[in-house]
Design a protein around this ligand. Sequence first.
Ligand SMILES: C[S@@+](CC[C@H](N)C(=O)[O-])C[C@H]1O[C@@H](n2cnc3c(N)ncnc32)[C@H](O)[C@@H]1O
Length: 271
Amino acid sequence: MRWDPGQYLRFGDARARPFTDLMARVPAHAPGQGPDLVVDLGCGPGNLTRSLSERWPGADVLGVDSSAEMVERAMADGQGPRLRFEVADLREWEADRPVDVLTSNATLQWVPDHLHLLPRLVSAVRPGGWLALQVPGNFGGPTHTVLADLLQEPRWRMRLSGVLVESPSSEEPETYLSALVALGCSADVWETTYLQVLEGPDAIVSWMTGTGLRPVLGVLDDTEQEEFLAAYRERVSPAYPQQDFGTVLPYRRIFAVAQRQTARSTQFDTQ
Ligand SMILES: C[S@@+](CC[C@H](N)C(=O)[O-])C[C@H]1O[C@@H](n2cnc3c(N)ncnc32)[C@H](O)[C@@H]1O
């Protein structure tokens, strides 16, 4: 699956909001006691990883992504001795030392059965360190149900059969909470539905072209893409009417911030 960093960043501010809210729940550290290693798994174009480097200038910050296009875009904005990016599949990536803050934002939904990855992710975090993840919870919305219905139609079913395997998915908040507690973490799990106001014409299709439609577009040639996008647009647009101030996209997201317990930890320790 090929990503298009430019298209993804078209709504960069709207996409950044959940990350900001997620990381706000990882507490500040006392002066001189900031994290040593911060890792962003599925860092995409690197703009949010870079913000971690600004928050913790004394830390080594590493962004990992399986998309060469995304990592190239991240590197183009500059690396430094304390900020690096690398191409790797997060399912196989291993830290060379314990991680103080491990985050994965808007990424695990692309990893099938990602709940089974949680033990590995937690074990990569040093005791007392933090795991912060955020995934979409809006797969029941028209943006995704219209896509799923279209993929079932005879015109596209055979042509795109492999794409169904790559459909993103997530679990309900309770499932993440149970899984993280079972792994010995204190966990803070919540959900939020943002009303994202998207500007410009054809905003929903453009938004989805940056994310949920990537697996489909990656398989189709230019003519097929046009045909598919026209059919998608016709069905999805009535659910998201363009208003004077923009197009409203209800955007449900699921958040989990977990602290790996130390022998002495007794409760969730936030500011
Ligand atoms: C929706 S983007 C999120 C990017 C960034 N975290 C953000 O919040 O803007 C999802 C990213 O996950 C990456 N990704 C998907 N599966 C991955 C995997 N198995 N290993 C590493 N990265 C992966 C994609 O390449 C893409 O850059």
